[in-house]
Design a protein around this ligand. Structure first.
Ligand code: SF4
Length: 253
């Protein structure tokens, strides 16, 4: 009996191993893989420790404490890329840019320009829906000090590569911050796209038309460091999404 259940367990684990290596056919399947990921020991320890210790104001929450998958419309023409989930934001709520100040800025702007049905993003059951927009991060686990290590970017990049393959209608990418900007281009190089050389320069509002038909827009990240100091104002942030909207309104060349 025991031998039988062990054999069944081994068979299931072999099937699961094979499934992990098959080409991912949908964002749903990809996301179910992402939330099980334990490739980065440092980040696994950190995200779980934060989920246990919690912040006082969220002590009644059951933290997500797992990798945070992408969120939005699988038919999206706009992709917004951030760096990584916040320890008490996405790592608490389980949805990217949800439950923190950066998310308040991002979803308010997406709502203003018609990509979201509401400006609030408080938890993953709050009714938020995105249309023509997908939001993801370069690293899916909250990192200590908001700083993933290079090996953690490398370990997590296959997920964004898969998203870029699956978002077949993609036309505009908004990169929130220079790190997301540079890593998006690196991912594109790995996909075999002819990434321009010398390297494209990040700047707030800088628009780069890429040879494979996608337009990349740089934006300062709506972190508290940028918004509290006035480095990024609402007006500046709105201008980025206004630009994205107007690019999407034009017919594809
Ligand atoms: S950061 Fe990415 S690769 Fe590393 S454990 Fe989290 S989901 Fe997995």
């Amino acid at each position: 009996m025991l031998a039988g259940s062990r054999a069944r367990g081994q068979a299931l684990s072999r099937i699961s191993f094979v499934l992990d290596w098959l080409p991912v056919r949908s964002l749903e399947v990809l996301n179910s893989q992402i939330i099980r990921c334990i490739k980065c020991p440092r980040l696994v320890t950190y995200r779980q420790a934060i989920a246990k210790s919690k912040r006082r104001q969220f002590r009644d929450w059951t933290y997500w404490g797992r990798p945070v998958p992408g969120f939005g419309d699988p038919e999206a023409r706009l992709l917004v890329l951030g760096l990584a989930p916040a320890a008490h934001g996405g790592n608490r709520t389980g949805r990217v840019f949800t439950g923190d100040r950066s998310g308040e800025w991002l979803y308010e702007a997406l709502h203003r320009f018609g990509f979201a049905n509401q400006p609030q993003s408080t938890d993953r059951h709050d009714g938020l829906r995105l249309t023509d927009c997908y939001v993801a991060a370069m690293v899916r686990c909250a990192p200590p000090g908001n700083k993933p290590r290079p090996d953690e970017f490398d370990a997590c990049r296959p997920y964004v590569l898969e998203e870029l393959r699956l978002l077949r209608k993609l036309r505009v990418v908004v990169a929130l911050g220079k790190i997301a900007f540079d890593h998006y281009l690196r991912a594109c190089r790995e996909l075999g796209h002819p990434v321009p050389s010398p390297a494209l320069r990040f700047g707030h509002g800088a628009v780069h038309r890429l040879p494979w038909g996608v337009t990349l827009i740089g934006s300062y990240h709506p972190s508290q460091q940028n918004t509290f100091t006035g480095k990024l104002t609402r007006r500046m942030f709105h201008a980025v999404f206004k630009q994205a909207r107007s690019l999407l309104a034009k017919p594809r060349r």
